[in-house]
Design a protein around this ligand. Structure first.
Ligand code: KG4
Ligand code: ZN
Length: 350
């Protein structure tokens, strides 16, 4: 079954065709980064406008690269939540119109569930520490969903059965990367820039605090506002006191921040593993591309960790098409009256 997936929840205008829920026939991602870089953050009005301008040609290119005519598509899936409303509406409306015009099923998909599904996609030979074919993670497993807007540690019993074990009490981890980079003028978007800068830094140069969340009902929860503020306050100290300055100090800040940001994630994740007895971990979302997180988890002998290849960690249409196919296989189709929602779905809470 060939499903077209459309993703427009934030600043990537993306479309993909996936066959039978796992085989990627095409994957087109048009990034709007250059249009938002001047503002050091996503400008919602610009984002929805660019989606409107680009969506037709992005979908056309996804069909062309898959070598398919519109009539060969058997279902259309689109992200309907969570995200920027004006952006979501563009992809969602395009998908509905495509489905209506061709008389094929339409499936509205949760963007975060789709991120978790990304590890089920075949990575073929290009799968940098992904998997090929048979070696895909089996349910149930622990999910680590880490993006610009969300940070969720969950138990996944099936592609659409997620129970939240822990989540951030304030900022998302990706947001912390982005805000720190913005304050230090490292560049945009912050996650990839800090990851790169940290490679040459000393992660022990600065000591930043871990939140005190390890007790009681918060064992698996996360918090990033304290870390973010501590790193930003360090910048104030540089302004008032002499510092070594220069590139080396920037790299040290990046490495020290990244080390602590990842330590916060891992503490919650390891508590979730201890509490549930689950030993398979599946990561998803833009922050899952982080090299420090990947290296530390890959090194754990007690856990089996799966990461999508970096190009499937960030927003893409393949994860939408893939999970859309799973819904379609069991006859789960959405009405064309479905609307977009800025909020994450009400996952079960442990
Ligand atoms: O999943 P995603 O593409 O969009 C959302 O759904 O939010 O995630 C984007 C987030 C941004 O905050 C970005 O800075 C972060 O993922 N990110 C990274 C890395 N690459 C992207 N964070 C840390 N390390 C990276 N290598
Ligand atoms: Zn995302």
């Amino acid at each position: 079954m060939k499903v077209l997936g459309i993703e427009s929840s934030c600043d990537e205008c993306a479309a993909s065709v996936v066959e039978d829920g796992t085989r990627i026939l095409s994957n087109v991602v048009a990034t709007q980064i250059p249009f938002h870089a001047a503002y050091k953050g996503v400008v919602p009005e610009i984002a929805s406008r660019k989606h409107t301008e680009w969506i037709y040609s992005v979908v056309q290119e996804a069909l062309d690269r898959a070598g398919l005519a519109p009539g060969e598509i058997e279902g259309v899936a689109a992200a309907s939540r969570p995200g920027l409303l004006g952006s979501l509406i563009v992809g969602l409306s395009f998908a509905k119109a495509f489905a209506w015009a061709r008389g094929i099923p339409f499936i509205a998909v949760d963007h975060m569930l789709a991120h978790l599904y990304a590890s089920q996609l075949d990575c073929g030979d290009s799968g940098a520490r992904g998997h090929a074919g048979a070696d895909r993670p089996a349910y149930p497993f622990l999910g680590l969903l880490v993006s610009g807007g969300h940070s969720i540690i969950c138990r996944a019993g099936a592609f659409d059965d997620v129970t939240v074990l822990g989540t951030t009490l304030d900022d998302a981890v990706g947001e912390a990367f982005d805000k720190v980079a913005k304050h230090y003028g490292f560049g945009y978007p912050g996650g990839a820039v800090i990851d790169r800068l940290a490679q040459s830094g000393d992660a022990d140069a600065f000591r930043f605090p871990l939140p005190s969340l390890h007790k009681g009902g918060h064992r698996c929860d996360l918090s990033y506002s304290g870390l973010k503020n501590a790193v930003i306050n360090q910048l104030e100290q540089f302004r008032t006191r002499p510092s070594r300055g220069g590139e080396a100090e920037k790299a040290d800040i990046a490495a020290s921040f990244q080390k602590t940001a990842v330590a916060i994630l891992l503490r919650g994740l390891f508590n979730a593993a201890a509490d549930t007895g689950l030993t398979t971990v599946v990561a998803g979302g833009g922050v899952a591309a982080n090299s420090c997180l990947r290296a530390l988890l890959a090194g754990r002998k007690d856990l089996r960790c799966f990461f999508p290849p970096p190009e499937l960690c960030g927003d893409n249409g393949a994860m939408i098409a893939g999970i859309g196919c799973r819904y379609l296989e069991r006859g789960d189709v959405s009405p064309l009256s479905v609307t977009a929602s800025a909020r994450v779905a009400d996952f079960k809470r442990n």
